[in-house]
Design a protein around this ligand. Structure first.
Ligand code: SAM
Length: 226
């Protein structure tokens, strides 16, 4: 992503929905450009700031629909694990387009519909795929939406990641509702699914679960003719 953007010290990178800076901080370490992290949640930004001892990143509270940045201020806008939380994706893409200069790049990272269909917790929480299907549309749908927002040269890369997770870690993650979908489940389904996982932990602490993730990494550019 950074190689494609070819950034210099006078360029600006904006991480929209930066959360606690999980990606923003490594990004800032890899680029000479100025880096801004924008998030709607003050608590997320507080954690991000506390991790940024060198104050390398400027952390700003703001919405993906109304970024606190001037027109054409940025060379690269990044949205990682954010579009599934947006009710109006095209509106957010238009806003990213507004802040990008000529030939600027938007990079959207999200999960594919296949990831949703094969998610490792579906067996415990059967409503997850129904909740997540509309939140994680196909790359074709996202490409069409990016074009409607004014972007051109849309490229899609699919990446697979396979990990084995300790059952104790899975139970901790689920107890902490580590993905927003867990907070959207019917309460009884959540309790029963968690109970099943806790029973597996009690039976054998050495149990592991395979998590196969499939990412769509979508890169779009503002047209150079602008
Ligand atoms: C799942 S987290 C991902 C955080 C980070 N990008 C990462 O990959 O670690 C989604 C973040 O998007 C933020 N967010 C959700 N809707 C937003 C909006 N409309 N405008 C700005 N940030 C938003 C949330 O507050 C949250 O911090």
């Amino acid at each position: 992503m950074l190689r494609g953007a070819g950034l210099g010290a006078s360029d600006l990178v904006v991480d929209v929905g930066c959360g606690t800076g999980r990606l923003t901080l490594p990004l800032a370490a890899l680029t000479p450009a100025r880096v801004v992290g924008v998030d709607a949640e003050a608590r997320m930004l507080e954690v991000a700031r506390s991790k940024d001892a060198a104050a390398r990143v400027e952390w700003l509270r703001g919405s993906a629909y109304r970024l606190p940045l001037a027109d054409r201020a940025a060379a690269l806008v990044v949205m990682v694990m954010v579009v599934h939380l947006l009710r109006q994706r095209v509106r957010a893409f238009r806003e990213a387009h507004r802040v990008l200069g000529t030939g600027g790049q938007l990079s959207v990272w999200t999960f594919t519909p296949r990831h949703v269909a094969e998610f490792y917790l579906n067996a415990y929480f059967p409503s997850i795929p129904m909740i997540d299907r509309p939140r994680f549309p196909s790359a074709e749908v996202l490409t069409a939406e990016l074009c409607r927002a004014g972007f051109a040269e849309v490229r899609v890369e699919v990446r697979e990641e396979v990990r084995r997770l300790d059952i104790a870690d899975v139970v901790d993650r689920v107890r902490g509702r580590y993905i927003s979908t867990l907070g959207m489940l019917p309460p009884l389904e959540y309790r029963l699914g968690l109970q099943q996982l806790e029973e597996r932990l009690a039976q054998d602490r050495a149990t592991t679960l395979a998590q196969r993730s499939e990412w769509a990494i979508i890169t779009a550019r503002t047209t150079t003719a602008e």
